[in-house]
Design a binder for this molecule. Sequence first.
Ligand SMILES: Cc1cc2nc3c(=O)[nH]c(=O)nc-3n(C[C@H](O)[C@H](O)[C@H](O)COP(=O)(O)OP(=O)(O)OC[C@H]3O[C@@H](n4cnc5c(N)ncnc54)[C@H](O)[C@@H]3O)c2cc1C
Length: 444
Amino acid sequence: MRRDVRLVDRESRICENSAHLRHPGVDALKYSIFSLIGHALSRERWPLAWRSPEPAKHYDVVVIGGGGHGLATAYYLAKVHGIRNVAVLEKGWLGGGNTGRNTTIVRSNYHFEPNAHFYEYSLKLWESLSQELDFNVMYSPRGVLNLVHTPGEMDAAMRRGNAMRLNGIDAKFLSRDEIASWIPNLDCSPSSRFPILGGLLQPRGGTVRHDAVAWGYARAADALGVDIIQQCEVTGMRIEDGAVTGVRTTRGDIGAGKVGIAVAGYSSKVAEMAGIRLPIESHVLQAMVSEPIKPVLDTVVTSGAVHFYISQSDKGELVMGGDLDFYNSYAQRGNLPVIEDVVRACLALFPSFGRLRLMRTWGGIMDMTMDGSPIIGKLPVKNLYMTGGWCYGGFKATPASGYVHAWTIARDEPHPLNAKFTLERFAEGRTIDEKGAGPYPWAH
Ligand SMILES: Cc1cc2nc3c(=O)[nH]c(=O)nc-3n(C[C@H](O)[C@H](O)[C@H](O)COP(=O)(O)OP(=O)(O)OC[C@H]3O[C@@H](n4cnc5c(N)ncnc54)[C@H](O)[C@@H]3O)c2cc1C
């Protein structure tokens, strides 16, 4: 009942001067060829994809962070658990964090069981996400190919490929000749600087348009009544008797029955507001794109040995990434030495790309855990939850992370898929160290 009153207040405020806005709780306009034609003929303005309401005094759930993970959490809270009195608080703009800064690769080519099942579930959600959200997220299953350069890597790739198959995940080993005939630009000659012995391919891996993911979840969550509030930074937590009861923000205090943290590179800072110290280090990861060219690369190629990966976007740009900057930082920008490293690796593998010009480079903040796996679950303060610690690869986790985070918040217990990704595992010695790299966050 209280919820209804709040909605009426809010609707009348929002709709005063904005006749084209939808009412919360009403399904979003269906995107289709018919609505496209209808709008072209009527010349009406398209309704905004989501509202921009003023924050209410209290929500059942407040989700901090308007990236893919926060928005997906809110969407599944509303859709699956019927919890619609939810706000997503974003300090900047939707997708302006790592969601809009990543290289868009999705895959589930993991060896360890918790990772394999979790990321495979995510990949399954990606496969139908455009239909689910009625928003084209441009999932492109173009394959993700991990190059193998040494006999040691060959053993590891075979082991991982077999483990993937045993877990029902698609995996295929390609010989050097098969790779050479598929990707003619790749230098597969035995005399190349990093000779290629073969490669492990996950055919269903690929890319997804990153900002469409944030917008699609935002639109669908808004249609279910979720308040999405941008330019609203959380600056503190209200904690009473060991339980979180709300957040302090740049737009005033907001009460909350439960709070979920989904802030990627800022997890440590936000958890600290509740007095929690996370086993996370924050580092900068950079990416860059070339000028756009005609299609030359129809898969994602990665090389662990040189830490380089590349794909071609639908706009024609070659999207490239490399390793961390290796010093702790909250700067969302990179530096020249890493750019040089990435370009060097690119030219060693794809010599003909040396004729291209680099168009843009950028950086994002990665929250690197001590074992390379995420933390998704309850925190030591009652009614406080988090999904974070994504290291290099949280974009591909977005749908599954939102799904299980919402589940954990709604039921106050983990979903089987995130049961192992607890914060306590670090104290209990149950780490999920996929790489076997040890407690060195920069090494995962
Ligand atoms: C260069 C680069 C390449 C990458 N490539 C890939 C890839 O190919 N594949 C892959 O799977 N992953 C990749 N990643 C990782 C991936 O981008 C992230 O793990 C993922 O996007 C995290 O999503 P998120 O929603 O948690 O974070 P974000 O999109 O960063 O969202 C968190 C939001 O929280 C907001 N926020 C922070 N603090 C507060 C506060 N106090 N109050 C309110 N809001 C706050 C931020 O403004 C931000 O918008 C890459 C990352 C980078 C930087």
